[in-house]
Design a protein around this ligand. Structure first.
Ligand SMILES: [Fe+2]
Length: 248
């Protein structure tokens, strides 16, 4: 493959139109405004973007560090020593690399695998992120979440990015809470810095509960508290497309 072939892979298709029914309506009415559930956006369950087999291949083939692959169980992060080991790369020099067998062992014990840089690992996700970035005007990064049956990775939290959740396999139950009144949409990073030391949100308001199935999309603006859990019957795989709203 040469560079001209690489550049010819750049698509002019609208990534946004794949995720929402009407891009113009989305940008006018929903972007930055409110959480929105879009069922049945992809008949193939976004299987062209990711699968468990593809993810296993990425974990097995690439030299990944614990900065790129993280694992979570019941709201807490696993220590990297549980799923990575030192590898010698030169005399007197080692780097800490993710070990696929250890990842599988922790996954079997209920831990979720979170792969960052999915847009770098998967050309299809990379093209989708690039298309979205052009349309939205902000950088877009891809993440993969593989959760074993009944698994719960993160406790309820807020993100400073806008997020598109694409369910790929299995089912995941989501709870989405009303946004914090303290959140200032124009300054998500300032909000995030502040909430690192303060209670970020209250749970007095009832959550909206959703069950995402393959092909569904959930859009959440920044600052929306949320949590998710895989259903007990089957593992869940989803992609997060995360839009970084740079501070002005
Ligand atoms: Fe999140």
């Amino acid at each position: 493959m040469n560079l001209s072939q690489l550049s010819s892979q750049t698509t002019t298709d609208s990534g946004l139109s794949r995720l929402v029914p009407n891009s113009t309506c989305f940008l006018v009415e929903r972007w930055g405004q409110g959480t929105t559930y879009y069922p049945e956006r992809d008949a193939g369950g976004f299987g062209d973007l990711l699968s468990f087999t593809t993810l296993e291949g990425i974990l097995g083939a690439a030299l990944l560090t614990p900065d790129v692959v993280r694992m979570f169980r019941d709201g807490g992060a696993l220590a990297p020593t549980l799923y990575a080991r030192p590898e010698r790369v030169a005399s007197h020099r080692e780097i800490f690399c993710v070990d696929r067998a250890l990842v599988a062992e922790q996954y079997a014990r209920g831990a979720t695998v979170l792969l960052s840089l999915l847009h770098r690992c998967s050309p299809a996700v990379g093209r989708l992120c690039a298309s979205l970035a052009r349309e939205l005007g902000f950088p877009v990064h891809g993440y993969a979440f593989a959760t074993p049956p009944g698994g719960r990775a993160l406790a309820a939290h807020v993100d400073s990015e806008a997020t598109f959740v694409l369910q790929v396999a299995g089912r995941k139950a989501w709870k989405v809470y009303p946004p914090s009144p303290a959140f200032e949409p124009d300054s998500p990073m300032a909000f995030l810095r502040r909430t690192r030391t303060a209670r970020p949100f209250e749970f007095s308001s009832p959550a909206t509960e959703l069950e995402l199935v393959p092909g569904d999309v959930l859009y959440m603006p920044p600052g929306v508290p949320h949590e998710a859990q895989a259903l007990a019957a089957e593992p869940s795989l989803h992609i997060n497309l995360s839009v970084t709203l740079e501070e002005v």
